[in-house]
Design a protein around this ligand. Sequence first.
Ligand code: PDD
Length: 283
Amino acid sequence: MIYLNGEFMPIEQARIPVLDRGFIFGDGVYEVVPVYSRHPFRLAEHLRRLQDSLNSIKLVNPHDDPTWMRLIQHLVELNEPEDQSLYIQITRGPAKRDHAFPKQITPTVFLMSNPLTTPPQQQVSEGVPAITAVDNRWLRCDIKAIALLPNVLLRQLAVDAGCAETILIRENEFMTEGAASNIFVVKKGILLAPPKDNLMLPGITYDVVLELAAANNIPHEVRRIAASEVFVADELLLTSSTKEVLAITRLDGKPVGTGKPGAMFARLHKLYQDFKLNVMRTS
Ligand code: PDD
């Protein structure tokens, strides 16, 4: 079951007008919320980021947080799996094609649930291969915009190379994030994270990992990470709501560190899993 503009229905019945600005211009924003044992994880934080994205594109939030929470909880109940990946999309709605905002806006609000497929055990224990590519996206990568063509093309480079992710390098100088994930570098026992600025998506999982590092006395620094540091990293980690925390063990065909998931990965992965279970037990 999905939710579209006030109604819950099977996805086969869902229809939107072809002039929807999401379809015509990619004029909209989205969120992906992982749901564990029917509990949406970090929902308040996802809703805050959704609000930030809406503010950035000057679209009024169609619902307050309690309404979002009710809609989301209901959709979770209507779907089978215990663990779900909840997708929220809001567009500027249907209007005659013109780049400028229409005077009257009826936003399109769409929610769907898919089974949450976290990485298979083999990827967790072996890590995944990644490639690097030039970050050729725009300068507002902090907005969770549905217009994802650059990310789509960049992610496909990884798939074509038999890899799991593309790590993005800006101006030949510094690392921003992955095509659909945030990236951490580990060097000499220190966890390095790029700063949340306009050049990366402020990941919810990224925040959790940094909170866990702080709470567990894991040395960490948030600062710009030079491309050169990525290539000599002891470990590389990837985070996202659906991939959780994964080790990148090969980069551009060469082993990262020992070529096996390292001690920092093992620690953070365990902390993340424990934290998840704890949150579910107490929510
Ligand atoms: N993507 N950076 C980019 C470009 C992303 O698309 C994502 C997530 C992240 C990680 O953010 P979070 O930890 O909040 O999931 C970083 C989602 C999962 C997607 O588009 O499917």
